[in-house]
Design a protein. Sequence first.
Length: 156
Amino acid sequence: MAKYNIDVQLASRIAHVPDEKNLIKWAKLALQSCDIESATLTIRVVNQTEGRNLNNAFRDKDYATNVLTFVYHDKKTRNLEGDIVLCAPVVNREAKEQKKPPPNHYAHLTIHGTLHLAGLDHVRLKDAKVMEAQEVALLKKLKVADPYADGDINLG
């Protein structure tokens, strides 16, 4: 059985941020769907400024994005280490624009970031279809609708 060490840092006080228990539940659900031995990760929920600074520093994109994943392990290992950063104002704005309950959008982006940590990606169409199918299947277990059904998703 895989061992998970998940730390949550709530650095944003904005409304609708899920509690630590739910963020951990969603990350564990994604991790359990992957062939791994262990995972050590931090989920950090940040404000607009920190989100923008991180995206600019690490991706050369001068805006805050919804989710960032930082991978610290060797990609060939089954022992994952990394950080997932959720930018609360962006996630909340997107949920409102897409007419989705904020917890559902947070669940999706937490799962999305965790799957990135596990090595999945969506750069190539073939890989995106695999990743999206896994996300949809996991969200279905949470009774969350397919986030890709309406085409409103922005993951980058």
